[in-house]
Design a protein around this ligand. Structure first.
Ligand code: MTE
Length: 388
C-alpha cells in the first residue's frame, strides 16, 4: 500500500474533524496532532493533503537529527512509483554539452559530505501576529543531517556553463495535482558552483528516504529548505531567475518592512535565500512543572551561511542575559547545541528566553519582522514554566 493511502487510513477522527478549519488554514491543522506515520515516530502532523510533518522541539537534543525525527515538507504528492533503475538526471540549458546520468553513473562520482541545518522558510509562521495563511508551522520545521553526494559543480563543469548561465533551475518528480503549478525553483549560479552545494544521495549515512527525496536531491546549504529540490530529475542552467509560482510570488520578501494590509509590488520584493540567526529551547518544555533548585536549560542555534558566535539565556523576562555553553560539535551550516544551568530556580511562574548572535553580527530580535507570507520567523525564543 503506498504511504499516502496508509497514512489516510491511520489518521485519527480528531484530525479528520479538522477539515472544518477556517479557510485561512485550509489543509493545515489548527492544533498539533501526533501522527502514526510509517517510520516517523511522534511527529506533529501539519498537513495531510500532502505530507507535512513537524518535529517536536524536545527532539532537538542531538547534533544530527535521526531521519525518523526529521521534518518533512511537501508542496505536492511524493512520486508514487520511483524505480531507481529508471531514474535519470538531465543537465542542460545554457551549457555547451548537455547530458543525462543514471543513478549508477551518479554514484560513481566523487562524494562530498556537508552537515547542514535545513529549515523551512515558513518555520515559526504560526507565531507571527497577525497570523498569515499557509502551513501553521510551530518551531520544528528544522533539522540537521549529514548530506552526502557529488558536488553540483562537478556536473555543471562537465556540461560547460556558457557565459549566459546565471541561474540554475531544479525540477523534481513530484506528482503535481491539476491546476497546481509544479514545484520548480532556481538558485544563483554562484551558489550552484559553491563547493558545498550537492546533489545528495545520502542522509546521515543511508540512502535518502523517500520523504527526503530518494534517490537524489539538491542540497543548498545555509539556504531555506525550498532551495533543496527533492526527487531531482532535471538541472537546467538559465540566463535569468526561473519564472514560476515558486519563485514569484512565493518565497519572496518585501525589500522594506510592510504592515498587514499594505500592497507589495512584485518589483519591491526579493527571493528568500539564506537563513536568519535563530535559537530554539528544546528543554524544559512549554508549560513544564518543575521542582525548585537546579534546572537544565538546553537547545539549538543556527545561522544559515554564518556561524553561531554566542547564545544567551534570560530567566528574568529579558532584563539580564547569561552566556550559554556551546557544545563542541561544529560545522559550517550546522546548528550548535547549547546548554545553561539555572542553579537556583525559585517557586513561581517563569519565562525562559534564548537569544543567538552570529559571526555576521546578527542578533535575534525580540519581535520578528512581520511579512505577508510569514517567512523567516526569527524572534528570541521563549518558554513558560511553573516551579513549585
Ligand atoms: N522538493 C520538491 N521536489 N518538492 C517539494 O515540495 N519542498 C521543499 C524542499 N524541496 C519540496 C522540495 C521545501 S519547502 C523544504 S522546506 C524542503 O524540501 C524540506 O525537505 P525535507 O522534507 O527533506 O525536510
Amino acid at each position: 500500500m503506498n504511504s499516502r493511502r496508509y497514512f489516510l487510513k491511520k489518521i485519527s477522527a480528531a484530525a479528520l474533524a479538522a477539515t472544518a478549519a477556517p479557510k485561512l488554514l485550509s489543509w493545515a491543522l489548527p492544533q498539533p496532532q501526533a501522527v502514526d506515520f510509517p517510520g516517523e515516530d511522534g511527529m506533529i502532523l501539519r498537513s495531510y493533503r500532502f505530507v507535512d510533518l513537524e518535529s517536536p522541539v524536545e527532539y532537538f537534543n542531538t547534533w544530527l537529527t535521526p531521519v525518523p525525527h526529521f521534518f518533512v515538507r511537501n508542496h505536492m504528492h511524493e512520486p508514487s512509483e520511483l524505480d531507481p533503475a529508471d531514474w535519470r538526471l538531465s543537465v542542460g540549458g545554457e551549457v555547451e554539452k548537455p547530458f543525462t546520468l543514471t543513478l549508477a553513473e551518479l554514484s560513481k562520482l566523487e562524494t562530498h559530505s556537508v552537515v547542514n541545518t535545513l529549515e523551512c522558510a515558513g518555520n515559526g509562521r504560526s507565531l507571527h501576529r497577525p497570523q498569515v495563511p499557509g502551513i501553521q508551522w510551530g518551531k520544528g520545521a528544522v533539522g540537521t543531517a549529514q548530506f552526502s553526494g557529488p558536488r553540483l559543480r562537478e556536473l555543471l563543469q562537465r556540461a560547460g556553463v556558457k557565459s549566459t548561465g546565471k541561474h540554475v533551475m531544479f525540477r523534481g518528480l513530484d506528482e503535481v495535482p491539476s491546476k497546481v503549478p509544479p514545484f520548480i525553483r532556481s538558485i544563483l549560479i554562484e551558489k550552484a558552483l559553491d563547493a558545498d552545494t550537492l546533489i545528495a544521495t545520502h542522509m546521515n549515512g543511508s540512502p535518502l528516504a523517500k520523504h527526503h527525496g530518494f534517490p537524489a536531491r539538491a542540497l543548498v546549504p545555509g539556504w531555506i529548505g525550498a532551495a533543496s529540490c527533492k526527487w531531482i530529475t532535471e538541472i537546467k542552467v538559465l540566463d535569468q531567475e526561473f519564472a514560476g509560482n515558486f519563485m514569484s510570488p512565493a518565497y519572496r520578501l518585501p525589500n522594506e518592512p510592510v504592515k498587514p494590509g499594505d500592497t507589495v509590488k512584485p518589483e519591491e520584493t526579493h527571493p528568500v535565500t539564506a537563513l536568519s540567526v535563530k535559537s530554539v529551547i528544546s528543554g524544559p518544555s512549554e508549560a513544564a512543572r518543575l521542582k525548585p533548585g537546579k534546572i537544565a536549560i538546553h537547545g539549538v542555534a543556527w545561522a544559515g551561511e554564518a556561524e553561531i558566535a554566542r547564545v544567551e539565556i534570560s530567566i528574568d523576562g529579558g532584563a539580564t542575559w547569561n552566556p550559554a555553553t556551546l557544545s563542541h560539535e561544529q560545522s559550517r551550516y550546522a546548528w550548535r547545541l547549547w546548554s545553561y544551568d539555572w542553579k537556583s530556580a525559585r517557586s513561581g511562574d517563569h519565562t525562559i528566553m534564548s537569544r543567538a548572535t552570529d559571526t555576521q553580527g546578527r542578533t535575534q530580535p525580540l519581535t520578528p519582522v512581520w511579512n505577508p507570507s510569514g517567512y523567516l520567523y526569527d524572534a528570541v525564543d521563549q518558554v513558560n514554566i511553573h516551579v513549585a
